[in-house]
Design a protein around this ligand. Sequence first.
Ligand code: FES
Length: 76
Amino acid sequence: YKTYKDGKCEAPVNRKIKKDQAKVADSVDIEDLGDKKVFCRCWKSDSFPYCDGSHNKHNQDACDNVGPLIIKKKEP
Ligand code: FES
């Protein structure tokens, strides 16, 4: 992992997604959201920025409790 000048570096949240980039930013047009989209917040998804359920294994392995961001239209 990258270390900073003072030698201190916390474990990265992102361990595999676009590591060749200085910052990972994604953009989705509102018009393309449809009725529902599920976005990954654990950084483990192979379909990032979308959730693929990988948070379940991460939560078991790391005693964590992370989950996705679900964006959906209101029920009529
Ligand atoms: Fe990351 Fe579901 S895979 S939140």
